[in-house]
Design a protein around this ligand. Sequence first.
Ligand SMILES: [Zn+2]
Length: 453
Amino acid sequence: MSAPPPSMRYPFRRTTLLIAATLIASLTTVSASATERASDVAPLKVDLPAERKAASDFLGAPIIKGTLDRRAWSAGQPLSGLALPTPVLIASGKEPGPTLCLTGAVHGDELNGVEIIRRIMFALDTENLTGTVIAVPIVNLYGFQRNSRYLPDRRDLNRYFPGNPAGSSAARIAHHFFQDVISHCNALIDIHTGSFHRTNLPQLRADLSNPAVSKLSQLFDNFVVLHSLGTVGTLRRAAVEAGIPTVTLEAGEPLYLQPEEVAQGVRGVLAALHGFGLMGKSSKVASEQKVFYESVWLRADQGGVLFSEVRVGDAVKEGDILGSVTDPITNRSSVVRASASGTIIGMALNQMVMPGFAAYHLGLAKAAGATLQQTAEGAANAALEPVRKAVEEVAKEAAQTASQSGDNPEAVSEAARRAAVEAVVNRELPSSARGEDKSEHELPTPEPDEHPE
Ligand SMILES: [Zn+2]
């Protein structure tokens, strides 16, 4: 969909200040006299690294069951201005269970996730919650206060995870956040929007070659899923590499609060909470998800004013005109066409663009088929390799026998060939040729050049 009319847009600065003021003013610390500790949560559902900390001590105090609590996380840097306490919400159910984490505004100008998290957290009924939901509505408070995607030093926090305690300011912040908060999560949903005047169809980014991540992505109701590993340094990729199944939820555009995208995000996350077992079993049958295994960015070939003729979510065919770019000085105009059939999963808002500007993010309709073909070829080659080896053994044996009986080289060669053909035709092969049973095929992992998340 296109950007909402100006009347639907919230004055950003006022919204920002209101949310920041509310969250910061309401920070509380928890009583240390809590008797119940959360170390007795149910066994983790996924394989987690051995060094994972027990959830019994979260940000300096035990988690109290059956409460919605607020705490503060700070990056632990002594420099003034970099030790900003960041609000953390903890909804802990009475029943033990997994810990699911929600993070928003890792990019400080991405507001939809802040509101998605607020609606989720204050709708949770801790009396009927099984497990814990830990939420950090505004991870990058520094950027948030300045309407900026970045940290104060212009670094993108979402390129520094899992961080480094001895690295740059961004790497240290990432390290502390990863250790203090993320390491307590059994699964993570990191909420983002498009970047730089672009909007995203509500969608998940997920490494579908990872079974636990694939499973997590299936819990979201009717969400479009784009398969991608994620750029190195993203919270998603670092968390997955640490054994924490993680998806990125993308919804809408930065700097604005968009009611429809927020509502879709809330529906998806609630479905995931149900599916994860935190809110009882969902009676709803999961609807089919649209999965894109590949995507491509279509670029403007000239500079000028971009006007689109499509909206996110539109299905397009190869050759369809998606928008036009017109040079305001020469009046020369050109169109951007779909290079293949697919769905518009992200796009630039109408704006001035430079040549090469990534304007439309197209989820490829045929990519799943292409991926299946690659998977089939890979499987065939893998299955044939032991067969080839076994046939080679049979042929070698026949050649040796012929050679020992004094045949000439030509006859030896013919004996080997016959033996090989017979072995294939009659399938008289050693059992080793059947190979190992590999039930999980790895998907190829295309990495389009522009997936800011
Ligand atoms: Zn982002």
